[in-house]
Design a protein around this ligand. Structure first.
Ligand code: MTE
Length: 329
């Protein structure tokens, strides 16, 4: 569990086992757990059983979870699982926030492979099982700030993407990493619609991809990811607008050129490659200075101030030293 430190205002880690979703549902229990620094049943025994129940013979290796990094803020309350899994953006399943939860049951997550290709010494096709087992799973409580002006606080389960990047050994010419989501018109009703250029694709600079905060996530709230949240494996990049966090990944490609992304193809003037959460750079059609926390704020409640890099500046600010973030938005 994460607690606030005096040193830098961020959370340091106290190892904990992962807390089952039922516990997250009860906020008072959660606060008690946070205060006491203890947690519920181990993910290994609990969510592992869940994973097996949902995906027989697969994916049981979401194992003992530890919060190994700073990155959550004490005042942040964890968003209810119900909100985090019913208010989603997953355009392959519809453009309304309620559509993914309604429609994503058709997503087939077994068998699943993720192909690593491009400028790496060890290109490979990983089965989900091999990917899950590649490194120890941790729980990370991260804020996710959507470009639309709302945010959530979610306990993700996964490991730093950097572990995978090291394993596949990028060539020295590799400067960027491209992330490609599944685009299956048979199971994804909106693939084929003209709302985006499919497959959904996103990209990071290689040093951003290797920053320890960048998470390859397999679960949330101690369970495997719900389909609408990007099962069976997605990216979570907490200092960037949520659209950088591509869901249901099938390909990770290393390149020497900045990849084009689904949103910049759709509207280059609105969605830049960097997409860092930045209250000082307005979206052309609205301000980014404030945000609404899903589940906490009523429609007429005061909004929160949005923080530069979503509050993760101590961890990632140095990645952009010397860059004009108004130009590189
Ligand atoms: N990934 C895919 N493949 N398709 C999408 O439409 N939407 C993005 C991102 N990843 C999206 C995606 C956007 S706009 C956001 S805000 C986050 O997913 C939302 O993640 P969540 O629904 O788990 O909160």
């Amino acid at each position: 569990m994460l607690i606030k430190t005096h040193r830098d205002g961020f959370m340091d880690r106290i190892p904990s086992e992962i807390t089952p979703r039922a516990v997250y549902r009860d906020r008072r229990d959660l606060m008690r757990l946070m205060a006491g620094g203890v947690a519920g049943a181990a993910l290994a025994s609990w969510a592992g059983r869940q994973a097996q129940a949902q995906m027989p013979g697969k994916h049981a290796a979401i194992a003992a979870a530890r919060s190994a990094l700073p990155g959550a803020v004490a005042a942040d309350k964890v968003t209810d699982f119900k909100d985090a899994s019913s208010y989603n953006n997953y355009y392959e399943f519809g453009t309304d926030k309620a559509d993914p939860a309604k429609n994503a049951h058709t997503l087939k997550t077994t068998p699943w492979t993720v192909e690593i290709e491009g400028l790496v010494k060890k290109p490979a096709k990983y089965t989900l099982d091999d990917l899950v087992k590649l490194s120890a799973q941790e729980e990370r409580i991260y804020r996710l700030r959507c470009v639309e002006g709302w945010s959530m606080v979610i306990p993700w389960v996964g490991y730093s993407l950097g572990k995978l990047v090291e394993k596949v050994e990028p060539q020295s010419s590799a400067k960027y990493v491209e992330f490609i989501s599944l685009a299956d018109p048979k199971t994804m009703p909106f693939v084929g619609s003209r709302v985006l250029d499919w497959p959904y694709a996103e990209g990071l600079r290689i040093d951003e991809a290797m920053n320890p905060l960048t998470l390859l996530a397999f679960g949330m709230y101690g369970e495997v990811l719900p389909n609408q949240n990007g099962a069976p494996v997605r990216l979570v990049v907490p200092w960037k607008y949520g659209f950088k966090s591509a869901k249901s990944l099938v390909k990770i490609r290393f390149t020497d050129k900045e990849p084009r992304t689904a949103w910049s193809k759709a509207a280059a003037s609105e969605y830049g490659f960097y997409s860092n959460v930045n209250p000082d750079v307005d979206h052309p059609r609205w301000s980014q200075a404030t945000e609404r926390r899903i589940g906490e704020d009523g429609l007429f409640s005061r909004k929160r101030k949005t923080l530069i890099f979503n509050g993760y500046e101590p961890q990632v600010g140095q990645l952009y030293a010397g860059m004009d973030l108004k130009k590189n938005f």
